[in-house]
Ligand binder design. Structure first.
Ligand SMILES: [Mg+2]
Length: 446
């Protein structure tokens, strides 16, 4: 790669007023306004990279400030040098001797890391003229492991082991890529069961997604057990028992409460209970998993895991049967790759979290790379799908017969349309000004 220098890093606060329709509502987040901190990295050769981390509205301004604080580590750097040894740059980004005190590798600074790192991968893929899934699949095993910081996980997995795992899968890569181009990657829908939706709406949506070819459906639970029984009953009446049902409590329960509550829903044969308790409680998840195993219910979590160390311990403790990486969290692609490596070693299936803003756009690339290069299989694996906020992206996702079809445009599918930037930048975007003026939302206090 020729010499390319990063000249600028812009950060924007983008918010979408999704709370108006209760889209995305669950047991812990009753009124999310899906939002993101949006990073654009500019270079002296005219190519820009775009990345984001996902947020729920208030607080996005804090993530934006964290990105700005970290921009000194990015501006003026050589992009070609970053990509030649991305793992070292990732460590530099997460190891600033002063900034790390307010993390380290967790919370707002790590969300900011994800936004910046995702923008760098988009930049790299655009320079190479490939979608990110293809860029990842075309890297040699040695190049791929050079993007990952193995600090804190070598007790579980080493570079050498990963290279061996990747080499073992090399022979079938071309066929799997061809298969993917024709068939896509299976998706499941969460849209039937947001907690704020009426029974009638849930029923309608079940039928809509059945017609579209979906075979896996997820419902939010955890506010009232009688309501959950009623909603699970009506979803099962709509989708039958041949299709899959998953449940998601979004961290609402204590450990014993989670076990008792989910036992009451076991009659509806869910395949997993997602985020039953605090995302930091590794041993709690293990206890839940042990107790629900006889019912055939697995534990799923990961969308709010802080970093690879938490994932490592969840896997070590047999606390999860489904690993839910999130494209906008932990430290972006580099750290997410390390989670894929560990999950593969433990034989745990990765079923990515998506939805929100840009999460479907990004995570499809990672799961497709996994299919081609690492796990070599989509058996029992699905990517979450929600059909909202896709219209804001230049390269939007393409779902056919309930499958994500591989993106073909260069990059990470993360670039917003200019019109969406003008409408939804907070608080000065055109749509926000309109919502303040008509009293739907209150103007933020300066
Ligand atoms: Mg969830």
């Amino acid at each position: 790669m020729k010499v390319i220098t990063i000249t600028e890093m812009d950060v924007r606060d983008l918010r979408f007023p999704t709370s108006l329709l209760a889209d995305g509502s669950d047991a812990m987040h009753a009124d999310p306004d899906y939002s993101c901190a949006y990073v654009t990295i500019k270079t002296d050769n005219g190519v820009s990279g775009h990345g984001m981390t996902f947020t729920l509205g208030r607080g996005t301004e804090i993530v934006v400030e964290a990105c700005k604080s970290m921009s000194r580590l990015v501006k003026g750097e050589r992009a070609d040098e970053i990509f030649a040894n991305f793992g070292s740059f990732w460590r530099k980004l997460t190891s600033d001797s002063q900034l790390r005190w307010i993390g380290p590798e967790k919370g707002v600074t790590h969300l900011a890391t994800a936004a910046i790192v995702n923008a760098l991968w988009d930049l790299w893929a655009r320079i190479e003229g490939k979608p990110v899934w293809k860029l990842l699949a075309d890297l040699s095993p040695e190049q791929l492991v050079s993007t990952v910081d193995f600090r804190y996980i070598t007790d579980v997995i080493t570079k050498e082991e990963v290279i061996k795992m990747l080499r073992e899968k090399e022979s079938g890569k071309a066929e799997r890529e061809k298969f993917l181009m024709i068939n896509g990657y299976p998706a499941y829908t969460t849209q039937v069961g947001w907690l704020g939706y009426s029974d009638q709406k849930v029923r309608q949506l079940c039928h809509k997604f059945l017609k579209l070819g979906f075979t896996s459906f997820k419902a939010k639970v955890g506010q009232n057990v009688q309501d959950d029984i009623r909603r699970c009953q009506l979803i099962r009446e709509s989708i039958g028992y041949k299709n899959n049902l998953m449940l998601d409590a979004n961290q609402t329960w204590d450990v014993p409460e989670a076990i008792e509550w989910v036992k009451k829903l076991a009659q509806f044969k869910p395949i997993w209970i997602e985020e039953p308790t605090s995302p930091d409680d590794i041993l709690g998840h293990a206890e839940i998993a042990r107790n629900l195993k006889p019912y055939g219910i697995g534990v799923a979590t990961g969308e709010m895991c802080a970093n690879r160390v938490i994932f490592k311990q969840l896997l070590q403790a047999k606390a999860i049967q489904f690993c839910q990486i999130d494209s906008a969290r932990i430290g972006g692609i580099n750290e997410i790759l390390s989670v894929y490596f560990m999950a593969a070693k433990f034989g745990v299936r990765v079923c990515p979290h998506a939805g929100g803003v840009g999460l479907c756009e990004m995570v499809q690339h990672l799961q497709m790379w996994d299919f081609i290069s690492l796990s070599g299989s989509s058996d029992g694996r699905v990517i979450e799908y929600v059909d909202q906020q896709h219209e804001h992206f230049e390269d939007t996702i393409n779902i056919e017969n309930a499958h994500y079809m591989p993106p073909s445009a260069p990059g990470y599918s993360t670039k917003f349309k200019n019109s969406s930037l003008l409408d939804y930048e907070y608080p000065h975007g055109r749509e926000w000004q309109r919502l303040f003026q008509n009293g739907t939302f209150q103007k933020p206090i300066d």
